[in-house]
Ligand binder design. Structure first.
Ligand SMILES: CC(C)=CCC/C(C)=C/CC/C(C)=C/COP(=O)(O)OP(=O)(O)O
Length: 513
């Protein structure tokens, strides 16, 4: 006999609720969220009235650090906007339009800003409080940012300290995600995707770092090469500033190893080897043969072995990609760079202060950034061809401006310390001697050179048609990394709270979902 439902006595009780909420749902939502984002982008593309919002959406996607999910869509959007409006954008948010188009290689005219100026070249009165129109007027922005009642005064101050274009994308994502979340206009799916994507990428970073750390540990660098800076983690951070995209995992790990090898080499040439030892070591590297290093100190032999090991590992990866010969270009760049270290060692041993011109020629290459750039192309895939390497080896203006920026920023912050030990004369010392000017005069001049180098790099990234955007982005990101590591002090040598906090936020601390 069946019991009527209403008669059933159920022994229920009230259990405490699920304490986790829906937080884990999001881990399976990534694909859905990406699809949703793509649809939103494409829907807006077909609706001209939505084009300004679309541009703002692209801006948000990039600042949230999830543009690698939407690369093709973003390219399609910007190409469409360029084909439709050319230089005659009239949709508002002009500075966003201008910045994004130019950052993506569309050389749109700056004439659009002329409409904001009166005949005297100053800003028209009604615009004096319009932050967007005044984006490029530093002095004015400084005044505006002092008004703390403005909701975006903090944003303006941050932009004045480090303009968006100079920021490392992933650090910007850490900063921007909570800011964007507060905006009433924020897009909930993008926020979810940004947090999820950030944490997923961070897990990949942890795996990569663990892998290369094992390699480093295998050589027991602190014990065997005690005179050198032990900076593998910082080098990994450096490398992850250069590539954000998950697909460049092998390249990222290789570049981190390259940077740590460059550090060992720099310290060996600058602070350890005798001239005789360095001559032998340099020759052995140039011949790429281990036979001639027998008489060298144990630590220099180990560095040599580490180099062979580094190249051997990359060779295996490149063979699978059908690009093993790319390694020859990377080796060629390394030899040129080592050759410049040797020239510097000879100058330092002879207490020779070179002319500004001699110094520039050698130290632009000895900065290591030309070699670093060329090494960064390893295993990036089909976007890199023989032509890419040949282009970079000729030191085209785009690469040169990045190397100059690196050299000059390093000189500014390391000059004093280097002069306290036997070290090749810095650019600052050479300039002071040749032009008989004060140290401060040269600091001011070198700071101007840094800004000029950025301008040159920006212009060249628009003008250069020899290589594709992913290559150009390596140059820009290398420059951005220097802006983080060498701004105001040598954070790389004297690792401080600021750098530790950057590294923690990228590699250690997950974002709360
Ligand atoms: C110069 C620079 C920022 C280079 C970036 C690329 C590179 C080779 C990175 C590895 C670490 C390194 C050697 C930093 C510069 O040290 P340092 O300040 O002792 O360099 P120096 O001996 O050339 O002055």
């Amino acid at each position: 006999m069946s019991v009527k439902q209403e008669d059933a006595k159920r022994p229920t009780t009230i259990f405490p609720p699920n304490v986790w909420g829906d937080q884990f749902l999001v881990y399976d939502q990534s694909k859905e969220l990406k699809e949703k984002g793509k649809k939103e982008i494409l829907r807006a593309l077909d609706t001209p009235a939505e084009h300004t919002n679309l541009l703002k959406l692209v801006d948000a996607v990039e600042r949230l650090g999830i543009d690698y999910h939407f690369e093709e869509d973003i390219n399609q959007v910007l190409q469409h906007l360029y084909d439709t409006y050319g230089d005659n954008w009239n949709g508002g948010a002009t500075s966003v339009w201008f910045r994004i188009m130019r950052q993506h290689g569309f050389f749109v005219s700056s004439d659009i800003f002329k409409s904001y100026k009166g005949k005297d070249g100053a800003f028209k009165d009604p615009l004096k409080n319009d932050i967007e129109a005044l984006a490029f007027t530093r002095g004015r922005l400084e005044n505006i940012s002092k008004d703390t009642s403005l909701s975006n005064s903090k944003q303006i101050q941050e932009a004045l300290t480090q303009p968006l274009h100079k920021r490392v994308p992933r650090l910007e994502a850490v900063r921007y995600i909570p800011f964007y979340q507060q905006l009433t206009s924020h897009n909930e799916s993008l926020i979810k995707l940004a947090k999820l994507g950030f944490n997923q990428l961070q897990s990949l970073h942890k795996k990569e770092l663990s892998q290369i750390y094992k390699w480093w540990k295998g050589f027991d660098v602190p014990t065997n090469i005690p005179y050198a800076r032990n900076r593998l983690v910082e080098c990994y951070f450096w490398s992850s500033c250069v590539y954000i995209e998950p697909r460049y995992s092998e390249s990222r790990m290789f570049l981190a190893k390259v940077l740590s090898m460059e550090t060992l080499l720099d310290d060996t040439y600058d602070a350890y080897g005798t001239l005789k030892e360095l001559e032998i070591f340099t020759e052995a590297i140039k011949r790429w043969s281990i036979t001639s290093i027998d008489g060298l100190p144990r630590c220099m032999q180990l560095i040599y072995q580490m180099l062979l090991d580094l190249y051997g590992d990359m060779e295996k990866i490149l063979i699978k990609m059908g690009q093993a010969h790319h390694l020859n270009y990377i080796r060629e760049a390394m030899m040129e760079y080592i050759g410049c270290y040797m020239k510097e060692a000879r100058w330092a041993n002879a207490w020779y202060i070179p002319t500004v011109e001699e110094h520039k020629e050698v130290t632009t290459v000895s900065s290591g950034y030309k070699f670093t750039l060329i090494a960064s192309f390893a295993a990036m895939g089909d976007v890199i061809t023989d032509e890419t390497f040949k282009w970079a080896l000729t030191m085209p203006p785009l690469a040169r401006s990045c190397c100059v920026l690196c050299r000059v920023m390093d000189d500014i912050v390391t000059h004093k310390e280097e002069q306290e030990r036997m070290h090749v004369a810095s650019g600052i010392q050479c300039y002071m001697k040749e032009h008989d000017v004060t140290e401060q005069h040269v600091y001011d001049l070198f700071n101007e050179k840094v800004e000029e180098a950025w301008k040159e790099m920006n212009l060249e990234s628009l003008r250069c048609k020899d290589v594709e955007m992913p290559v150009i982005m390596r140059v820009i990101n290398l420059a951005r990394a220097v802006d983080v590591l060498y701004k105001n002090k040598d954070h790389y040598t004297h690792v401080d709270e600021e750098l530790i906090s950057h590294i923690n936020s990228l590699v250690v601390d997950a974002i709360v979902i």
